[in-house]
Design a protein. Structure first.
Length: 124
């Protein structure tokens, strides 16, 4: 398991480590969406800063984004969706993922560190 999930007061933080694959992200999402707390959170942060290698392709990002977009049925509040990474090769993949949320109430942003992401998600 290359991830750790932390439920916070108003949201969730998923930290990824080691080698991250599409299957790791999907497994973390299954846990998050299967938890009743998901229905009331206001944000989710995915932190990839400690990943050694990210093996998620643009196609994978589109699939994950489509599935995440459908999860908005369970939480219809405006959700802040932050991704934290400094990996220059992963940034275009994240941008592909974010495109799946166009036209939804979800706000998506990319950050280079966790502190900036937390500052943004806590703004109301």
């Amino acid at each position: 398991m290359a991830y750790e999930i932390s439920w916070e007061e108003s949201g969730i933080l998923v930290r990824f480590f080691d080698i991250v694959t599409e299957q790791e992200v999907m497994a973390a999402n299954d846990i998050m969406y299967g938890d009743a707390r998901f229905e009331t959170i206001l944000y989710q942060i995915s932190d990839y800063t400690e990943a050694v290698q990210i093996l998620i392709t643009p196609r994978d990002a589109k699939v994950i984004g489509t599935l995440d977009n459908s999860s908005s049925r369970w939480n219809q509040q405006p959700m802040k969706n932050a991704v934290v990474t400094k990996d220059e090769e992963f940034i275009p993949v994240v941008e592909t993922y974010f495109k799946e949320f166009e036209g939804t109430p979800w706000q998506c942003r990319l950050f280079e560190n966790l502190e900036l992401a937390h500052d943004w998600v806590k703004l109301h």
